[in-house]
Design a binder for this molecule. Structure first.
Ligand SMILES: [Zn+2]
Ligand SMILES: [Zn+2]
Length: 173
């Protein structure tokens, strides 16, 4: 989605995340947690159950669905229910001269799955190719690989994870 839309929707999604976390940890959800634990207990050890609420955004022009938020719970091997959430870090790209924001495992052009872009710089579903017609946009020095360390145009090696940001794949904002 375009950057403006993403900026508008980002805070709302964060609010939904905390509300979902609150709901799933509340007394009203106790029965649900017990039921989930029971399902896991009923199955052999190597199976486990999880329950997830997924917020998805559907793009009718490209006919693709982007999961932007997952909040839920799983069951440990000891049968304890734990909360699990993931909000895929959105990454920004430049495609067709526009800034496009998508979850990190998606293609900014066709929205289909495209993981490990640094290793596989060509989208498996369309002609998008990092460094050719698609660039990751970095406007902070936060490492896009580990999100902890810092990288810069001058020093493209992350000081935390050691990851090398190939300068031909990125544009610095
Ligand atoms: Zn693609
Ligand atoms: Zn890093």
């Amino acid at each position: 989605m375009d950057q403006r839309t993403w900026e508008q929707v980002e805070r709302q999604l964060a609010e939904m995340a905390s509300e979902l976390e609150r709901l799933l940890a509340s007394p009203e959800a106790t029965t649900l947690r017990d039921m989930l634990a029971k399902v896991s207990r009923t199955m052999p050890r190597h199976h486990s159950a999880s329950l997830n609420c997924v917020v998805e955004i559907f793009d009718s022009q490209r006919e693709k669905t982007l999961p932007v938020l997952t909040i839920g719970m799983g069951v440990s091997e000891l049968g304890e229910v734990y909360s699990a959430s993931s909000d895929l870090t959105p990454h920004r790209y430049i495609v067709n001269g526009e800034i496009e924001v998508v979850p990190e495992d998606r293609c900014p052009k066709c929205l289909d799955e495209w993981g490990f872009k640094w290793i596989c710089p060509q989208c498996p579903h369309c002609d998008a190719q990092l460094g050719v017609n698609c660039w990751m946009l970095l406007d902070s020095d936060k490492c896009p690989n580990c999100e902890d360390g810092t990288v810069s145009a001058k020093d493209p090696h992350c000081n935390q994870c050691g990851f090398f940001i190939d300068p031909k794949f990125v544009r610095w904002g």
